[in-house]
Ligand binder design. Structure first.
Ligand code: ADP
Ligand code: MG
Length: 338
């Protein structure tokens, strides 16, 4: 046996990247989340070849101070939490300080960032190593270009699917993020072709139109419900606009897209018998709640959560949907006994 050693940072980042960076869509997710955490109101996403050859995310957020950029690429370096108390009340999408070191360790990454329209800085990383540092033009915000993802991890590269599959995964994340944040303008371009534009005016129905088209947008019912712990709002489709998969159900908690099966079940149950078998509704629901009641530190991808008042929340969601469908006289007001 060899002596036990601590791995050098570039290597340990590359190992950690295996969890955070699964495919181009994961890079898109992390970079867009960073842009949102930086308070951006406009986010441009450009992909080439499904993101396999190039991913570019440009934002107009706070930018990173020139003397802090290198720090941002160190593992567990974050500006979003400072102590254990913060960990129990996460208000940002990120907090693990893993995305930038992970992504840069398995790609060729160029970051250009500037604050307050002052001169900025450009850093270039290759396989996690800093290879160039130059001044950049004055602007407001951050631009990150990720090229040749997994160029130095051939085993992972081999697992990438077709351009269309990778594009589909990235599109899914971008669409849902746009639905989560109608107050932010998103532009998404693939191989030079614009696939999504949202106006950022804060109207979720506008985003539904941009993502799902006119017919869907015009057949959604607005829903909302407030309780002591939750502020819920969103749109639910009339039952006849149904789909063959659960893919069209999006639930956001404090702006974060959550894949949590009990939500799906509660939503489906609320539609009762209005949907044919194996058909699912189109639903977009945003929940605002005290971050203390949500544990997002379950998995590095942060898709899943632990909720301390899950039963109550599920009840509020299904009641909200049921009463809205009743109002539309789609389901009977009271269940009469024979
Ligand atoms: P985390 O988001 O968990 O903090 P990241 O590795 O994604 O970790 O980012 C590290 C830090 O770099 C962030 O905490 C933030 O301070 C800074 N940062 C990253 N992306 C941006 C951006 N687009 N705009 C402003 N700051 C950013
Ligand atoms: Mg992040």
């Amino acid at each position: 046996m060899n002596a036990i050693v601590t791995l050098e940072e570039t290597l340990s980042n590359k190992i950690a990247a295996g969890e955070v960076v699964e495919r181009p869509a994961s890079v898109v997710k992390e970079l867009v989340e960073n842009a949102l955490d930086a308070g951006s109101t406009r986010i441009d996403i450009e992909l080439e070849e499904g993101g396999l050859s190039r991913i570019h995310v440009l934002d107009n957020g706070t930018g990173i101070a020139p003397d802090q950029v290198e720090q941002a690429f160190l593992r567990h370096a974050t500006s979003k939490i400072q102590n254990e108390d913060d960990l129990h009340q996460i208000k940002t999408l990120g907090f693990r300080g893993e995305a930038l070191p992970s992504i840069s360790s398995v790609s060729k990454l160029t970051v250009e960032t500037a604050q307050n329209n002052a001169a900025g800085i450009q850093l270039r990383y290759q396989g996690g190593r800093l290879i160039a540092r130059t001044k950049a033009k004055a602007r407001q915000g951050t631009s990150i270009v990720v090229e040749e993802l997994f160029f130095n991890t051939p085993a992972r590269l081999k697992y990438m699917k077709t351009v269309n599959t990778e594009l589909g995964n990235a599109t899914d994340i971008i669409n849902r993020t746009a639905l989560a944040r109608p107050d932010v303008s998103f532009r998404f371009v693939h191989n030079g072709k614009q696939l999504l534009f949202t106006n950022g005016k804060g109207n979720r129905q506008d985003v539904l139109y941009a993502v799902y088209g006119k017919q869907v947008a015009e057949n959604m019912l607005a829903v909302s419900r407030d309780s002591q712990d939750f502020e819920i709002s969103g749109f639910i489709a009339k039952p006849d606009i149904n789909r063959a998969s659960r893919h069209y159900i999006s639930v956001f908690i404090n702006g974060r897209y959550i894949k949590h099966f009990p939500f799906m079940k509660a939503i489906e149950k609320a539609y009762q018998t209005l949907l044919p078998i194996h058909r699912y509704p189109i639903v977009v629901i945003a929940i605002e709640m005290n971050p203390m009641l949500v544990d997002v530190n379950v998995h590095p991808s942060k898709w899943d959560v632990r909720l301390s008042k899950e039963e109550e929340l599920l009840h509020e969601i299904s009641e909200m949907i049921r009463t809205r469908l009743q109002k539309e006289t789609l389901i009977p007001e009271t269940k009469e006994k024979d």
